[in-house]
Ligand binder design. Sequence first.
Ligand code: XLS
Ligand code: NI
Ligand code: NI
Length: 441
Amino acid sequence: MILTGDKEFYKGIGSIKYEGKESDNPFSFKFYNPEKKVMGKSMAEHFKFAVAYWHSFCGQGGDPFGPGTQQFPWDSSSDPMQRARDKADAAFEFITKMGFEYFCFHDVDLVDEADSLSENEKRLHEIGEYISQKKQDSGVKLLWGTANCFSNPVYMNGAATNPDFNVVARAGAQIKMALDLTISLGGENYVFWGGREGYMSLLNTDMGRELDHMAQFLVMARDYARSRGFKGTFFIEPKPMEPMKHQYDFDAATAIGFLREYGLEKDFKLNIEVNHATLAQHSFEHELTVAANAGMLGSIDANRGDNQNGWDTDQFPVNIYEVTEAMLVFLQAGGLKGGGINFDAKIRRNSIDLEDIFHAHIGGADTFARALLTAEKILTSSKFTSLRNERYASFDNGQGQEFENGSLTLEDLSDIALKSKKPNRISGKQEFFENIINQFI
Ligand code: XLS
Ligand code: NI
Ligand code: NI
């Protein structure tokens, strides 16, 4: 069902439906068929696609060299509350036209920040009620909420890790409001992305103390949300840098180590973003694997970087090969723990037609769907899994198994090696593995 407000913003575009890859209709899915079952679950259940409020309805294409280029008709009112309601109308019209079931937001995406915290709270409460009604009318759900504790200049030295306690308290107030809002909107999860939690220089930074503060802050946020009845999962979204020179949640492995060190691993999981993985000099597949191995693969922020640029370009996913590798990990891990696929991506600065945001999300959903279908085939009808298992067959029984069980000592290893022949060299067969992926794409 399409939900429009008083006026329709995306005129001339109706419901986006699955029409198959032979369709010439640019406003249709070629591969994403929400009802299609893949390994026992529908595509809609696997993915839980979410629209990111900030990129789609707030960001207007500004960059460090010039202002925004996109003009949004919902931004015209001079009254911030009216603007916020118009934006919500546009958002729900878009999400329901796409047929997606979820959205994600930062507090400041919903309504402009006011000068005082108490005025902010009033504004958030008001727009929260408006959005709550739209959620009910449309059936659209909140995948996760978060607080933007990085744009406001008050956070230039960090939020939870700020060396000034007064700023830490300010961040606490803001996150409390964002948690209240997320809970009141039935949010299924809550995200922490530590944009300013890190340093520009170690010379003026007490890293150990800042990390202790960050953990203390997360403990408080968790305890508060739980006391208000929040049952969902908290996600840490790793990113190595940008805006800081170094961010504390550098990558999945670092975030997992941090969560375990401070005893937060039961309530927190990870939200893995493609372009953050590549910024950390990893692949998307790598970050998903690290999270899955720890039982912490919670959610995905879908986008892609640019091979020629080092930064977080947040482009919509189109790379079938990259996403197929990711979907292999995703399916083998049994999917995501509580989260979904949030399109944390923006159209290019010169994509200025209102319809461009449809092309972008259609392409993103189709890329994930096509990759999921390919990964399913690789897992169910190729030698991929058995070939990989075979490489480890020497641990399946005998002394290899004893090693895995922990029943051998280093002296045992030494005795075994001294009594054996020189080990044969066994091919890793990388090119063969690569060909299997290509064969099914
Ligand atoms: C920025 C992050 C941000 C988070 C939410 O790079 O991806 O958008 O997803 O704060
Ligand atoms: Ni990002
Ligand atoms: Ni993100």
